[in-house]
Design a protein around this ligand. Sequence first.
Ligand SMILES: *[C@@H]1O[C@H](CO)[C@@H](O)[C@H](O)[C@H]1NC(C)=O
Ligand SMILES: *[C@@H]1O[C@H](CO)[C@@H](O)[C@H](O)[C@H]1NC(C)=O
Ligand SMILES: *[C@@H]1O[C@H](CO)[C@@H](O)[C@H](O)[C@H]1NC(C)=O
Ligand SMILES: *[C@@H]1O[C@H](CO)[C@@H](O)[C@H](O)[C@H]1NC(C)=O
Ligand SMILES: *[C@@H]1O[C@H](CO)[C@@H](O)[C@H](O)[C@H]1NC(C)=O
Ligand SMILES: *[C@@H]1O[C@H](CO)[C@@H](O)[C@H](O)[C@H]1NC(C)=O
Ligand SMILES: *[C@@H]1O[C@H](CO)[C@@H](O)[C@H](O)[C@H]1NC(C)=O
Ligand SMILES: *[C@@H]1O[C@H](CO)[C@@H](O)[C@H](O)[C@H]1NC(C)=O
Ligand SMILES: *[C@@H]1O[C@H](CO)[C@@H](O)[C@H](O)[C@H]1NC(C)=O
Ligand SMILES: *[C@@H]1O[C@H](CO)[C@@H](O)[C@H](O)[C@H]1NC(C)=O
Ligand SMILES: *[C@@H]1O[C@H](CO)[C@@H](O)[C@H](O)[C@H]1NC(C)=O
Ligand SMILES: *[C@@H]1O[C@H](CO)[C@@H](O)[C@H](O)[C@H]1NC(C)=O
Length: 595
Amino acid sequence: MARSGLSLFFLFSFVHIALLPSLCFAADPTIFYDFRFSYITASPLGVPQQVIAVNGEFPGPIVNSTTNYNVVANVWNDLDEDLLMTWSGIQMRRDSWQDGVLGTNCPIHPKMNWTYQFQVKDQIGSFFYFPSLNFQRASGGFGPFIVTNRDIIPIPFAQPDGEIVIMIGDWYARNHTALRSALDAGKDLGMPDGVLINGKGPYQYNTTLVPDGILYETIHVDPGKTYRLRVHNVGVSTCLNFRIENHFLILAETEGYYTTQQNLTNLDIHVGQSYSFLVTMDQNASSDYYIVASARFVNESLWQRVTGVAVLHYSNSKGAVTGPLPDPPNDFYDKSAPVNQAKSIRQNVSASGARPNPQGSFHYGSINVTDTYVIEIVPPVMINGTLRATLNGISFVRPDTPFRLADKYKVKGEYKLDFPSRPLNRPARMDRSIINATYKGFIEVIFQNNDTVVQSVHIDGYSFFMVGMDFGEWTEESRNNYNKWDAISRSTTQVFPGGWTAVFVSLDNVGVWNIRSDNLDRWYLGQETYMRIVNPEESGKTEMDAPDNVLYCGALQYLSKDQKTKNSAVSVSMGNSKLLFSLLLALFALISIIS
Ligand SMILES: *[C@@H]1O[C@H](CO)[C@@H](O)[C@H](O)[C@H]1NC(C)=O
Ligand SMILES: *[C@@H]1O[C@H](CO)[C@@H](O)[C@H](O)[C@H]1NC(C)=O
Ligand SMILES: *[C@@H]1O[C@H](CO)[C@@H](O)[C@H](O)[C@H]1NC(C)=O
Ligand SMILES: *[C@@H]1O[C@H](CO)[C@@H](O)[C@H](O)[C@H]1NC(C)=O
Ligand SMILES: *[C@@H]1O[C@H](CO)[C@@H](O)[C@H](O)[C@H]1NC(C)=O
Ligand SMILES: *[C@@H]1O[C@H](CO)[C@@H](O)[C@H](O)[C@H]1NC(C)=O
Ligand SMILES: *[C@@H]1O[C@H](CO)[C@@H](O)[C@H](O)[C@H]1NC(C)=O
Ligand SMILES: *[C@@H]1O[C@H](CO)[C@@H](O)[C@H](O)[C@H]1NC(C)=O
Ligand SMILES: *[C@@H]1O[C@H](CO)[C@@H](O)[C@H](O)[C@H]1NC(C)=O
Ligand SMILES: *[C@@H]1O[C@H](CO)[C@@H](O)[C@H](O)[C@H]1NC(C)=O
Ligand SMILES: *[C@@H]1O[C@H](CO)[C@@H](O)[C@H](O)[C@H]1NC(C)=O
Ligand SMILES: *[C@@H]1O[C@H](CO)[C@@H](O)[C@H](O)[C@H]1NC(C)=O
C-alpha cells in the first residue's frame, strides 16, 4: 500500500464499518462517516490563505466503499455560509434526495449538520465529492470516493499491488469569496496562480518559476510493483495534461466503467473527470521522477506557472529529480489530436462492470432515440446588467425550493418544464427552465460549444454514452459517425470550443438531475439546468420518498424544524427510521459478537 498523502490512518479513526451480511434485512453493509467542513489556513502556493478542510484535512479523506454498500455521511457545516456536499458520478439510484445540489436539497446552514444516506447501487470505480454551493470547490472541500468491486466480480486486469489517489486542479491564491466577488462584478478570473497535486504546490523544478519553501507531494512506491492511480481533476476550469516522467500509463477505467486498456504517455484530464491508470514501477531509480499536471488548451508559454509538479519516489531511489519536465503533447498543428484521443477512450465491452454480466450487454447502439436535445453553450452575456452564462439562452436562476420537494407539497411556480430542445433565436434570459424528460426514454443530447474555452459538461444521476465528438456545427449527418458499439459510458465529457459532443442517455433513474458546466465559473454564472424524470405509474418502487430528515426551505420554510446539533455518539432522536434501523442492527450484531 503506497502512502498517497491522504492519510488512511485518520480515516479509521472516524469510520466504523458495520458488516452485517448475515442479517436478512441488511444484505448490504453500511459504512458511517462524519464529515466536518471548516476553514483552515494553508499556503499551498507559498501564500497563506483560508482553505476548506474536511475533518481538518485538505484534500478531504477517502470514502472507500464497495458496490451496493450503504453510505451514511453526517455532514457538519463549520463554515460561515451554506453548504451542500455532492458526489460526482455517484448515481443515487431512485434517490435524487441525496444528490446535494440546490435543485434536490435545501442547504445545510452554518453550525448545522445533516445526514446523507444512500446506496452505491450497482456501481464500481473512481469518483469524488465536493461542496456544490457558492464556488466553494475553488477553496477545497473535495475528496476521493472509491467504489471497489465485490470479491465475486472479476476486474479486467491483475490485482494491483497498491492504490494511489491523485487529485489535481488549477488553483487561485484568492479564496472562493474573493473569486465570487470578481464574477459578480462581471470580471474574468484570469489565469490561475498554479496547479495543486493533493493539495500541495509544485516541486521546485525551476527556481525562476517556483519560489522556495513550497510543500510538494511525494508519492512513495516500491520498484517492480504495479499501482492503480486514481486521478481526478477537481479544479476550477483548466484542463490538465497528466504524465509521469519515463513511465507509461495504462488507462483502465473512467468514472465507473472499464476502458479498453491503452498504453499512454500522457492524458488530458478535463475538469470534473476521473481516470484510473495502471503504472508499473519499471525504471532503474537512478533518481526520483516528475509527476506533472500542466495546463492545456491555453497559451502554454504564458501559462507556465499553471503547472503542478509532484515527485515519484522509489524506495531504492538514488537521488532527487532534476532537469526539465517531460514534454507536454506536441499537437499544436494537429487540432484533431485531442478529439481523437477522447474518442479512443472506449468501453471494454467484454469486461464485467459492477455485475458479472459484460459491460457491453446493454446494446445501446440498437435502441431508437426518443428525443433529441441540442444544447448550445455561448460566451457569457449581459442580462439585466449582470454577466451571466447560459445553456440554450437560459441562465439558470438558483433554486429556492428543491424541485421534487416542491412537487411533493404541490408548490407551483418553482420551475418551468419548458427547457427548449433547440437553441432559440431570442435574447438570453434568466429563468428556471428544466427538461421535461420521459421516463424510460432514450435520449440524444448534443452539446454545441460556441464559447471560446473548452468546457466540461456533467450530468448527475446517470452515466451517458459518449457517442460522438468533433469540431464544427453538429448536423443530422454527424450521426453517421457515431460510435454505436463501444462508446465509453461516463458522467463528465469535454466539449471543445467550436465543436460538439453527442451523448446518449437511457432515462431509467427517476428524480430530478442536474446538467451543468463543470467549469466552476460558468456554472456559478448560471450555466446549468435540470432534467425531471417521473414515472407516471409511480408506486413507490421507482422513486424513493423524501427521507425522514429532509430539510425544508424556500416556499416550504414553514415546515422547517430547528435542526438540533447534538454531539452525542448514538443520538437517535433524529427520527430517521432507516438510520435508526441500521444502528439497531449494528448494536444487535455487536451484542451477538460479544456474547
Ligand atoms: C477571503 O479573502 C478575503 C480577502 O480577499 C477575506 O476578506 C475573507 O475573509 C476571506 N474569506 C475566508 C472565508 O477566508
Ligand atoms: C479500499 O479498500 C480496499 C479493501 O476493501 C483496499 O483493498 C483498498 O486498498 C482501499 N483503497 C484505498 C485507496 O484505501
Ligand atoms: C446531526 O448529528 C447528530 C449527532 O450525530 C445526529 O443525531 C443528527 O441526526 C444529525 N442531524 C441530521 C439532521 O442529520
Ligand atoms: C526556468 O524557467 C525559465 C522561464 O521559463 C526559463 O527561462 C529557464 O530556462 C528555466 N530554467 C531552467 C534551469 O530550466
Ligand atoms: C507500453 O509501451 C511501451 C513502449 O512502446 C512498452 O515498452 C511497454 O512495455 C508498454 N507497456 C505495456 C504494459 O504494454
Ligand atoms: C537508468 O535509466 C536512465 C533513463 O532510462 C538511463 O539514462 C541511465 O543510464 C540508467 N542508469 C543505470 C545505472 O542503469
Ligand atoms: C502566446 O503568448 C506569447 C506571449 O504573449 C505570444 O508571443 C504567442 O504568440 C502566443 N502564442 C499563441 C499560440 O497564441
Ligand atoms: C477487456 O476485459 C477482459 C476481461 O473481461 C480482459 O481480459 C481484456 O484484457 C480487456 N481488454 C482490453 C483491451 O482492455
Ligand atoms: C426503431 O425504429 C425503426 C423505424 O422507425 C423500427 O423499424 C424499429 O423496429 C425500431 N426498433 C426498436 C428496437 O424499437
Ligand atoms: C430583468 O429583471 C426584471 C426584474 O427583476 C425581470 O422582470 C425581467 O424578466 C428580467 N429580464 C430578463 C431578460 O431576465
Ligand atoms: C411533460 O411530458 C409529458 C410526457 O412525457 C407530458 O404528458 C406532460 O404534459 C409534459 N409536461 C409539460 C408541462 O409540458
Ligand atoms: C456559433 O453558432 C452559430 C449558430 O448558432 C454558428 O452559425 C456559428 O458558426 C457558431 N460559431 C462558432 C465559432 O462555432
